[in-house]
Write a protein that binds this ligand. Structure first.
Ligand code: AOF
Ligand code: ZN
Length: 342
């Protein structure tokens, strides 16, 4: 692997990024085609169901004759299957490209190494693993869904200086500042679903919508095992698709699904059901009990924890993560710690 390989792959990752928010549940993919140290083509996967990155990149090359001496940099292994489009590996073979450099292998069972095999069998030189870590991070929701058969799980909470998420009466106003709260709306727009437990639903009566940011509204998910929540909560207003997991009944109303997961269901059962609904990522916004269950079962990927300036002295304790943050940022007057699991 040389420095230029990394440079071109970085450009491919940057192109892939344009697909964010438009390609899910597909991965974001970028592609750069280089001939004698000059970029002659670029492309990315624009939207779900549309042409793949390689197709767009090959089409952007003016002089197709140069492809025979060109190296293709792609952030994901070229596909080998007939999906919504013909296989990209075949396209590269037809154009007789010289070499293909891949960041991450596609662990989708439809592809999983078969793309590389097609290229190698056609005599094309293949190199893998260039900026692999970066590429897997960019598509961490996709890879988690494909490999773990569950959504990517982000835990989020705000705690006081002295480690409380709410007062004894469950009031949790004024822990984090307005900038942090706006950031949470941005985060919501980035995920497929947003979850709260019974106590949070009851005491905060949250909207769980995206108000302070432009973007998609995720599906709402609430846990209410015994169906004790009053039906006049905002969560049940049917303005946004909502799922209520419980041990009592399954019933579909317009935009509101009650799903009976049986007695004593766990977070795993819920994630399995969300997976079957093609939800690729979930942000868990509390409360402590629900967050702690995800932590205990090791069913989380990332945690984003705000620490505000206030102290409560007493109250409901924040969940505990026994590891160091990967990143620490200042958001207004708050501190934001980001943890990566494992
Ligand atoms: C590539 N290049 O740009 C993308 C790939 O439903 P389809 O036909 O769009 O196929 C989706 C699958 O193809 C997806 O799950 C992933 O395995 C791969 N995505 N592959 O060669 C691309 N977006
Ligand atoms: Zn493809």
């Amino acid at each position: 692997m040389n420095r230029l390989d990394q440079l071109y792959m970085r450009r491919a990752l940057e192109l892939a990024e344009w697909g964010r928010g438009h390609v899910s549940p597909n991965p974001m993919v970028g592609c750069v085609i280089v001939h004698q140290d000059r970029i002659i083509g670029e492309g990315h996967h624009h939207q779900y169901g549309g042409p793949h990155a390689e197709v767009n990149a090959v089409h952007s090359v003016e002089n197709k004759d140069l492809l025979k001496e060109a190296t293709v940099y792609v952030t994901l292994e070229p596909c080998a299957h007939w999906g919504k489009t013909p296989p990209c590996a075949n396209l590269l073979v037809e154009n007789q490209v010289k070499k293909v450099v891949i960041a991450a292998v596609d662990t989708n069972p439809l592809v999983g190494g078969k793309g590389i095999e097609i290229l190698k069998n056609a005599g094309i030189e293949v190199e893998t693993g260039v900026l692999e870590k970066e590429a897997r991070w960019q598509n961490r929701r996709f890879f988690t869904q494909i490999e773990k058969h569950r959504p990517y799980v982000i835990l989020k909470w705000a705690q006081t200086q002295d480690g409380f998420v709410a007062r004894e009466n469950f009031s949790s106003k004024w822990i984090s500042g307005s900038q942090s709260r706006q950031l949470v709306h941005k985060w919501r727009a980035e995920e497929g679903a947003i979850l709260v437990g019974k106590n949070t639903a009851l005491h905060d009566n949250p909207n769980l919508n995206v108000r302070d940011w432009a973007g998609k509204t995720p599906m709402r998910v609430v846990l209410d095992a015994k169906l004790e929540l009053p039906q006049n909560l905002t969560l049940f207003d049917q303005t946004i698709p909502t799922v209520c997991y419980n041990s009592k009944k399954s019933e579909t109303q317009e935009n509101l699904n009650f799903v009976n997961l049986g007695e004593q269901f766990g977070m795993h059962d819920m994630l399995k059901d969300l997976h079957s609904r093609k939800i690729q990522s979930l942000i868990v916004e509390g409360g402590t009990k629900v967050l702690s269950q995800f932590i205990e079962k090791s069913l989380w990927d990332e945690a984003r924890v705000f620490t505000g300036k206030v102290k409560f002295g007493t109250g409901i304790s924040a969940p505990i993560l026994n590891q160091n943050p990967a990143e620490t940022l200042s958001i207004g007057e708050d501190i934001l710690n980001i943890y990566h699991h494992g």
